[in-house]
Design a protein around this ligand. Structure first.
Ligand SMILES: [Zn+2]
Length: 398
């Protein structure tokens, strides 16, 4: 049973209304009133400024002041890129560069920092001219912006490559709409709750010992949060948790608890087999994992190292596009699920069965994306899978 953390519950209740300030269009009356009180500043801009650079309006309402203060405490949970978020409005640059002229940029549709980046790189002035018809006179403000970003080490963003990887707050700022699935109060509470990182737990150290490696707290937490963010299927998220937390009892555990139970692998009959054997090293699984590696290479175009770190814990190499990552999470977690379904059985899961299950998952993801998000956002995982399926019908009967 989990009791709410009163301190974070209170902070979330104070922070959540700030999110409404990022919405455009039909906003409640209180947002207008709060903005009137701090005129000529705008709360939607102040949110993205660093504490040190943020102006202090004399008439700022107490609740906005407190909300900004609490949000600063948890800044890392709300923004993906450091030190400047891609959701920072171009207009907010005037607080960093007092002589910066934001109007020509805004008039030509460049409203946020995200629009001056492409694949993590700052666009050239010529490119911005070509795409947004930015006037020659803005070249000076471009140089000012570039040198500010360079000084802030933001001229090459490697952490947030596309909008799908941005946080809910950043997405809201860019689209002007809170995503339908995000409930501001409970969502903010979940965001600021101290993460239950697996790092330091018994299962983490056992995995690190088994795999002869060590992961930082950040690496563990990104393995967990990335799956939660990209996958909608609860059984698959649960599968990842169960694998990471070593929930399943393997023959060696069972034998220790119940000495009359055999410590042999139920597939290859090797004696005293541990977690890594049952999930990975068993000779009966070698072909299965190799086939899965091939499927991922063909369908997602990614050559994953045949390594239990990647295939079991989902410690994926950096730089993989979101849609391919989504697809390979589905394939790998379903592959694990099929092993779990045959627990204590001598049977090895089959590739046609795996393909069939991924087909179903891909269908669920599509229905979810149709119901809750913009179709362009989630459909590519299904498209990649469909293209591969239509060119590889023979796999289904292998
Ligand atoms: Zn075995």
């Amino acid at each position: 049973m989990a009791f709410p953390n009163i301190k974070f519950y209170y902070q979330a209740a104070v922070i959540a209304p700030l999110l409404t300030h990022l919405e455009r269009g039909n906003r409640p009356q209180w947002v207008t009133l709060e903005n009137l009180a701090i005129k000529p500043f705008l709360t939607a801009n102040l949110i993205w400024l660093h504490k040190r650079s943020r102006p202090k309006p004399t008439s700022i309402p107490a609740q906005v002041q407190l909300a900004l203060q609490f949000r600063d405490l948890h800044r890392k949970k709300f923004e993906t890129a450091k030190p400047l978020s891609m959701a920072t409005p171009i207009e907010a640059m005037t607080y960093y560069i007092p002589t910066f002229h934001a109007s020509p940029w805004k008039e030509r549709g460049i409203s946020h920092l995200a629009q001056v980046y492409e694949s993590g790189k700052l666009l050239s002035f010529e490119r911005l001219q070509a795409t947004h018809n930015l006037p020659h006179t803005s070249q000076y403000s471009y140089i000012q912006l570039k040198s500010l970003l360079r000084a802030a080490h933001t001229d090459d963003i490697t952490e947030a490559k596309n909008t799908e990887e941005l946080s809910i707050w950043e997405q809201t700022s860019l689209t002007g709409k809170i995503p339908l699935t995000f409930k501001p109060f409970s969502g903010c509470y979940r965001l600021i709750l101290p993460c239950q990182y697996i790092s330091g737990s018994t299962s983490a150290s056992q995995w690190e010992m088994d795999l002869q490696t060590s992961f930082t707290e950040g690496r563990w937490s990104s393995m967990i949060s990335s799956v939660r963010k990209l996958i909608k299927s609860t059984p698959l998220i649960e599968q990842h948790q169960k694998t990471i937390y070593r929930w399943y009892m393997v023959p060696l555990h069972l034998h220790k608890l119940y000495p009359l139970t055999s410590a042999m692998c139920w597939r290859c009959k090797q004696d005293k087999v541990s977690v890594l054997h049952i999930w990975w090293r068993c000779p009966h699984l070698i072909r299965y994992w190799e086939d899965i590696q091939k499927i991922i290479a063909e369908a997602a175009g990614i050559q994953l190292p045949l390594d239990p770190k990647t295939f079991l814990l989902l410690d994926i190499p950096r730089g993989i596009p979101t849609n391919s990552k989504k697809l390979l999470y589905h394939v790998l977690l379903m592959a694990q699920k099929l092993i779990a379904r045959r627990w204590k059985s001598s049977e090895t899961p089959s590739i046609p069965n795996l393909i069939q299950e991924v087909d179903t998952q891909s269908m669920y993801e599509t229905s979810f994306s149709k119901a809750y998000t913009r179709p362009s956002h989630l459909s590519n995982m299904r498209d990649q899978w469909r293209v591969w399926r239509s060119s590889n019908i023979q796999h289904s009967s292998r």
